[in-house]
Write a protein that binds this ligand. Structure first.
Ligand code: GTP
Ligand code: ZN
Length: 369
């Protein structure tokens, strides 16, 4: 029995617990309850799967947690570390509070400035995938990059299905231009090519989220990295048509080498909102040039002494890239205005019920009393 406990304890440690998390836990208010740290590995509509020192448990949040939560993002999400209490004699736990997130992918609920949802938390790396077929789209990748920079995780671009492309290097070069400072890797899961480039990310205890549009090969990639079938792929779904794939639903997997990988939804569902920091990082080449424009509020249009236009003239910057930058900046500003006015309307309608929101504590800093 002793052995088994030790093993499970190690298994828990393998889910990414480290001294940083231990410090965060120690900064939390003390509790008289026997709380242990656990990591959320799947989210269902009313419950979670969590990995505790005693193995995998089903869990729900306490009533007090629910009462204090005002935003969707206050609730645990896949990848979160929570403090949980085991229910006696059961493989079930209750979640008392959340440890402050180190990084988070946020999905804005459409039409609401305040109600955002976390689609993945505490990732170290974000693999942004794009397939080297008709799917290849620089502009789409720029949007993913903005979200990635906003999340706090380090973005890595994977160009998948390299076997389908005549000149993959040319596409890689285009992507590198569009993603300054972001590593770009060419891979083919089907032909087992390029895995060695991913080894620096595949470290024990590190968490990698994989994102990208449907069909780019995310599931195939995860299975390839795992060296076994951990995800259903589209090819397989087609074979067993009538919903026979009712395997237990998991969103955070432990690879045999100790790396954690997370499956996240595509960006179609991820609205960009108030992402100006991410915009600046995604277009850091333009931001850097702009710092040399004569006027601080240069619009890079017809302005004299514009370093950005000069770079286009010199051929060191693609005109298309400036075009994308401006277009995205406009979209973001438009989105912010739209959401703000919707939020104002919602606030008016809600009246006094928003008072609770103003008093709420920040996500991750739950008061234990
Ligand atoms: N030629 C080629 N095809 C691939 C490769 N990787 C995946 N595919 C194929 O692309 C299709 C989609 O792959 P999936 O892994 O299911 O894609 P996904 O991104 O997980 O799709 P969703 O689950 O819809 O998000 C399947 O038919 C795979 O066999 C690759 O490296 N080369
Ligand atoms: Zn300028």
């Amino acid at each position: 029995m002793k052995n088994r406990d030790t093993l499970l304890h190690q298994q828990h440690l393998a889910y990414g617990w480290n001294t940083d998390w231990n410090n965060k836990m120690e900064q939390m208010p003390t509790s008289s309850r026997p709380l242990v740290p656990a990591r959320v590995i799947a989210q269902h509509s009313h419950s979670y799967q969590i990995m505790t020192p005693g193995g995998e448990h089903t869990a729900t949040v306490t009533g007090k947690y629910e009462y204090n939560a005002t935003l969707k993002s206050d609730f645990p999400a896949v990848g979160d570390w929570v403090m949980a209490e085991k229910l006696p004699g059961e493989t079930r736990s209750v979640i008392h509070y959340l440890l402050p997130r180190q990084s988070a992918m946020v999905r804005k609920a459409a039409g609401s400035a305040v109600d955002d949802q976390i689609v993945g938390a505490n990732m170290d790396f974000l693999f942004i995938t794009n397939a080297l077929n008709q799917d290849f789209n620089v502009r789409k990748m720029e949007r993913y990059l903005i979200a990635a920079w906003e999340s706090g995780a380090a973005p890595v671009i994977l160009l998948t299905k390299a076997d389908l492309c005549e000149d993959p290097e040319a596409f890689a070069a285009r992507m590198e231009n569009a993603a300054p400072g972001v590593p770009v890797h060419l891979i083919s899961a089907l032909q087992d090519q390029g895995k060695e480039q991913l080894l620096p990310y595949l470290q024990p205890g590190k968490t990698i989220a994989v994102t990208g549009s449907s069909g780019v090969g995310k599931s195939t990639l995860l299975n390839w990295l795992a060296g076994e079938q951990v995800m259903d792929t589209q090819g397989i779904r087609e074979d067993d048509a009538r919903g026979r794939h009712t395997t237990t639903h998991r969103e955070l997997f432990l690879l045999p080498n100790g790396t954690l990988v997370m499956d996240t939804p595509g960006m179609r569902e991820l609205q960009l909102w108030d992402a100006h920091e991410g915009l600046e990082q995604t277009f850091s080449d333009i931001e850097e040039l702009a710092s040399n424009c004569r006027y601080r509020d240069c619009r890079h249009e017809f302005d004299p002494g514009c370093a950005v236009l000069q770079a286009i003239e010199d051929g060191t910057l693609e005109a298309k890239r400036l075009h994308n930058y401006k277009k995205t900046a406009r979209e973001l500003s438009h989105q912010v205005r739209k959401e703000n006015s919707l939020a104002k309307k919602a606030n008016k309608a809600a009246g006094s019920s928003t008072r609770k929101n103003q008093n709420r504590t920040k996500a991750g800093s739950w008061d234990m009393e």
